[in-house]
Design a protein around this ligand. Structure first.
Ligand code: PRX
Length: 636
């Protein structure tokens, strides 16, 4: 077995340009060379088969592998004592934990055996609803080891959201904890799982990791403690042979219509893509300590806490807590404590910390930092400059990385220290990525100095393959808006230097603190309230969150005050989706601006929410123009 991952690492700007050209001229040759750096149980017979019409995308056809052999076994001999995961607990007074590659190997194997003993087999779906503890990563890797398909659900989602996901993928097992620490709070995670199980029928076993020691309800037929499950299990477990196109995981994400969909990633392509992008974007060097502040419940945690770094033999820091507890210097304290070299976070966290002023930053040195990164939403210039000046001390390149749950890994981003930065620009596409900009009629806008819809015209190894259980939805959502292209849902500008700046979503998806929310999803939750007649939800600019949620609601106020009703609506949304979906503003309105055919004119509602009430453009199709005046008068 090859011992060390050295996926092709670009080191200069001319090297980037050269490799990019090669990746476009002969993609199959380019990717087969990189894939060849990994350990395969059986080589692939064809590098790529694809069409974007069905769509059907296959990378490394007939290749057999197990991704965990590339994370664990291959690093066992060369770096067994190197820290793989460093874990910083919520409470700085609690002991931290360091898991070496050998520890990780043993603990993953042991938990793999524990799951097998409970009847989990290749192809079964396992839901992971856990706090940010190393066991969450162990759980993901153990699933991958035995060929089970993991689906991590962010532990802030409600029991209904969890139940929907369990049901959609017919999960056989749920992995969870008794509770979850977040700052001063203890969140009863196991209770949420219990509630979800009442609404679903596929789950046979729940394995519970003891974290907070809070009391939990217990059902002996279903529940099993993590420590009991691993007791006596061997620390060796043979890795299941997986086809390159077998499912690795499902991750649910919101779209503009309907319920969240299960984005499917497969074993071979995702492995190659996450390792390649991690090493090139962050320019990770052996010996560095890398920290991504995301939660493993999101794609960023999957690709850039767990898979990308660990495939690269990196030391990945995992933080359980929040940026503002015990104080707003917590991130910077951790950077100094572990001498973090690469730091990767979201613009919303930067803006929130910026609002606390410079005192919490000044107490810390931060001189270990070499690269700082952002992800999840457009970063405004002010936040970019603050990050650059006060955290990067003007000498750390910023990698503003644009990508999506569906893309599996970073797509457009500077390579740290190689691609010249420009504030608020994600800059240039990574090798293998062929972005095109099209107008609303699908005409390609060629050349520089253009703005339009961002599409990708050629497959890359880490792209989604389908949406779980509903391939047609995948086709409709991503491959039908513009023929022959993958449509991202984002608007983009390509400037005169050919640099890309992401402008935000052009569909009915809002991005709240870097979290994707479907407006229809929030509306459906609001409409569950018995006094609500109809609602319309839009995003509006928010200083910290990037976008806030503004809900216009038609409701019967005969039995409640407006304040009581809006509070009830907020609670309702938190119960149905989770606290992150709570509207920031709720306005009770007498009607909604609709066209004669009954379609809500969201464009107008967006403008009102933004406070831009002068120019609504063409309103001649409005059924009742008077309603707009009434809404403006009582704007929140
Ligand atoms: O609108 C883009 C925004 O986040 C969306 C993807 O969200 P999600 O699937 O939850 O993944 C987030 C983490 C990868 C995109 O469609 N987005 C992501 N990164 C950036 C961004 N917008 C601007 N700049 C970015 N760097």
């Amino acid at each position: 077995m090859k011992n060390q991952i050295t996926t092709m690492k670009i080191q200069t700007l001319s090297g980037y340009i050269h490799e990019y050209q090669k990746s476009i001229i002969n993609p199959e040759q380019f990717w087969s060379r990189i894939a060849d750096e990994f350990y395969w149980k059986k080589p692939w017979s064809k590098t790529l088969k694809w069409n974007f019409d069905e769509p059907k995308i296959e990378w490394f056809v007939d290749g057999k592998l197990n991704i965990t052999e590339n994370i664990l076994d291959r690093h066992l001999y060369t770096m067994k004592d190197k820290p793989a995961i460093i874990w910083e607990p919520n409470d700085p007074k609690e002991d931290n934990r360091v898991l070496t590659y050998k520890d990780l190997y043993e603990q993953v194997c042991q938990f793999s055996n524990a799951m097998k003993a409970q009847g989990v087999e290749k192809g079964d779906r396992v839901i992971i609803y856990m706090p940010m503890v190393p066991e969450a990563a162990i759980a993901m890797l153990a699933c991958a080891r035995i060929g089970a398909v993991h689906s991590v659900v962010f532990a802030g989602f409600s029991s209904s959201s969890l139940a929907d996901r369990i049901d959609d993928c017919k999960a056989k097992m749920v992995l969870t904890s008794d509770g979850n620490f977040r700052g001063t709070k203890k969140i009863p995670v196991k209770d949420v799982v219990d509630e979800a199980l009442e609404k679903t029928s596929s789950v046979e076993k729940v394995i519970v990791y003891k974290r907070t020691e809070q009391e939990v309800k217990w059902n002996d037929n279903v529940d099993l403690w993590w420590h009991d499950a691993i007791d006596g299990q061997s620390k060796e477990c043979e890795a299941e042979e997986m086809d390159a196109e077998d499912l690795l995981f499902i991750l649910y994400t919101s779209g503009s219509t309907g319920k969240p969909k299960g984005v499917v990633h497969t074993c071979g392509g995702y492995m190659v893509w996450t390792a390649f992008t991690f090493q090139n974007v962050f320019q990770y060097m052996q010996g560095d300590t890398y920290w991504c502040t995301a939660d493993v419940g999101w794609i960023t945690g999957h690709s850039y806490i767990v898979y990308g770094p660990l495939l690269s033999g990196a030391t990945s820091l995992m933080f359980e807590g929040v940026p503002t507890w015990p104080d707003a210097g917590r991130f910077w304290e951790i950077v100094d404590k572990y001498q973090v070299n690469q730091f990767y976070t979201a613009p919303t966290a930067i803006r929130a910390l910026q609002a606390h002023g410079l005192e919490p930053v000044k107490k810390h040195n931060l001189d270990s930092l070499k690269v700082i990164g952002t992800v999840g939403e457009p970063i405004n210039e002010e936040a970019w400059n603050w990050y650059h000046t006060h955290i990067g001390k003007t000498n750390c390149p910023i990698v503003d990385t644009w990508w999506q749950t569906e893309t599996g890994g970073i797509m457009i981003s500077p390579l740290a220290g190689i691609t010249p930065n420009k504030p608020s620009y994600a800059t240039l596409p990574l090798p293998g990525i062929q972005p095109v900009i099209v107008d609303n009629d699908g005409n390609e806008l060629k050349g520089n100095g253009v703005e339009g819809n961002l599409c990708i015209k050629f497959p890359w190894p880490g792209m989604l393959r389908t949406t779980y259980g509903d391939h047609d939805r995948c086709k409709q959502t991503y491959f039908s808006s513009f023929k022959g292209l993958y449509f991202t849902g984002d608007g983009v500008k390509r400037d005169h230097d050919g640099y890309y700046r992401i402008l935000g979503r052009v569909d009915d998806v809002i991005n709240v603190s870097g979290h994707r929310m479907g407006t229809a999803e929030v509306e459906n939750a609001i409409n569950e309230h018995p006094r609500v007649v109809e609602s319309a939800v839009v995003g509006y600019p928010h200083d910290i969150k990037g976008q806030g949620i503004y809900a216009y609601v038609i409701a019967d106020l005969s039995t409640r005050t407006e304040e009581n009703l809006t509070n009830e609506i907020r609670d309702m949304v938190a119960n149905i989706i989770g606290p992150i979906a709570k509207p920031d503003k709720i306005q009770i309105v007498p009607g909604l601006p609709k066209t004669r055919s009954g379609k809500i004119m969201r464009r107008i509602l967006r403008k009102i929410a933004e406070g831009n009430t002068d120019n609504f453009g063409d309103t001649s199709t409005l059924l009742d123009p008077g309603v707009v005046e009434k809404i403006i008068k009582n704007r929140k």
